[in-house]
Design a protein around this ligand. Structure first.
Ligand code: GUN
Ligand code: ZN
Length: 431
């Protein structure tokens, strides 16, 4: 057995800070420690107590660093790493001009492997230890991602993006209802539950699938109910109008999925901004997960996610970069954008809520709660340690802090990869 003690400040959630006051939801120690045993968190507590109890453990002292569960990015597109920050287009034009041509380039397996490695290394640089990613239509792009994550020991979720509609998809990115079903089934057999990998059945969104493909993927999900199903929902008003034209018989956008068995508690819907009352009610009844992608929603001009309203009505919500529609690999920058969008809607999210969304919130949406996103015994030892004074601008503001929230908020708002003091994956120091 290997034992390691990581010393620093610790912040562990004992409850959901959207449900109870944030100060009641956390346990904070300014001189804390996390004991890691064989890749799992064995204990958290006061540094002196744990050192006395485990004198043989190797010690890594991170000083005033804030130890948190590694960030969980609940929706991203690793193939879009190279086109992040592409100028001037809204969703449909952005997909056609930048995204689809880049995804076509991953038809080259060597390029897919290179981009997968780069995306995961950038994620680690930014303190993200788990990602739930779309691949491209090419099955080998899923293999590339899971292989690269396996080499790094990371817990990841991904799926082959399915798109078969001839009038909306370029020929080089097109599958069929049958091949999408069969290729996804083969990938599930190869990867789902292998090491730290799990599979998400991934229709891109209803405008790029035929009804026949959505039906085939609904059947595949019914046959593989432990898989997630991820897709996009109600991101932009133009997109919603487009869906209405393509699916005239559907009651609303969600119904284009619901009608084909693509709604359930393991469904994960990215964006979910412009929802009708019926959609909100059905999402909640089904227990589906919603993912807020705030840098993407402002970058592509999509709209303002209703975090306060959705949380108040009991929806499950996670947080994500949506790389490369999102404009940052950083979950800190993503929390900042979530805060700003909250302000534009009249609801200031507390730092506790932002940090919780990037860990436990995303883990719950991905059905990984208890395993990741949590600083608690039994969870996998995926950790990020934040330097709360990583730049002069942040340091001078944090120096005036009276409590932990004031100390961490400047890093949430102004921090980036320079704030990442250490990253641990499965108990192994990566950064
Ligand atoms: N809707 C369908 N595909 C995509 C995508 O790749 N990114 C975003 N932001 N929205 C989408
Ligand atoms: Zn997306």
């Amino acid at each position: 057995m290997t034992q390691e003690l990581i010393l620093g400040q610790t912040l562990a959630f004992t409850a959901d800070p959207f449900a109870v006051p944030p100060d009641e939801a956390v346990h904070h120690s300014s001189r804390g420690a996390v004991l890691i045993e064989d890749g799992l968190i064995a204990a958290t507590g006061e540094a002196d107590t744990l050192r006395a109890r485990h004198p043989q453990a190797r010690v890594s002292d991170l000083g005033r660093g804030l130890i948190l569960p590694g960030f969980v990015d609940a929706h991203m597109h690793y193939p879009q790493t190279g086109i992040i920050a592409s100028w001037g287009k809204r969703l449909i034009d952005w997909l056609n001009l930048y995204t689809f041509p880049e995804e076509e380039r991953l038809a080259d397996p060597d390029y897919a492997a290179e981009v997968a490695a780069r995306a995961l290394d950038l994620a680690l640089d930014h303190g993200t230890t788990t990602l739930c990613s779309y691949a491209t239509v090419a099955p080998h792009s899923v293999d590339a991602f899971f292989a690269a994550a396996g080499q790094r020991g990371m817990r990841v979720i991904a799926g082959k993006t399915c798109m078969d509609r001839p009038d909306t998809t370029p020929a080089g990115l097109r599958d069929t209802a049958q091949s999408a079903h069969d290729d996804s089934a083969a990938l599930i057999a190869r990867w789902h539950g292998r090491g730290r990998a799990s599979y998400a059945i991934t229709p891109r969104f209803s405008p790029t699938s035929t009804p026949g493909q959505l039906e085939a993927l609904g059947a595949l999900w019914a046959a593989n109910p432990t898989c997630l199903m991820q897709t996009h929902l109600s991101e932009q008003l133009d997109e919603i109008a487009w869906v209405k034209g393509l699916y005239p018989e559907a009651r609303d956008y969600l119904d284009t999925y619901e009608a084909f068995g693509l709604l359930g508690e393991r469904a994960v819907f990215g964006h979910a901004i412009h929802l009708t009352a019926r959609e909100r009610a059905r999402l909640r009844e089904a227990g589906a997960g919603l993912v807020h992608c705030p840098t993407s929603n402002s970058f592509i001009g999509s709209g303002l996610f209703d975090m306060a309203g959705l949380m108040a009505e009991g929806q499950r919500v996670g947080l994500a970069t949506d790389t490369g529609g999102g404009s940052s690999f950083s979950m800190l920058r993503t929390m900042a954008a979530a805060y700003e969008i909250g302000q534009l809607r009249g609801a200031a999210l507390h730092p506790a809520q932002l940090l919780w969304l990037a860990g436990e919130g995303s883990a719950r949406v991905l059905h990984q709660a208890g395993r990741i996103g949590r600083l608690a015994p039994g969870a996998e030892a995926d950790l990020v340690v934040l330097d709360l004074a990583s730049t002069p601008a942040i340091a001078q503001r944090a120096a005036r802090a009276d409590d932990l929230w004031q100390a961490v908020f400047p890093t949430i708002m102004m921090g980036d990869d320079r704030a990442i003091a250490a990253v641990i994956v499965g108990g192994r120091r990566m950064r």
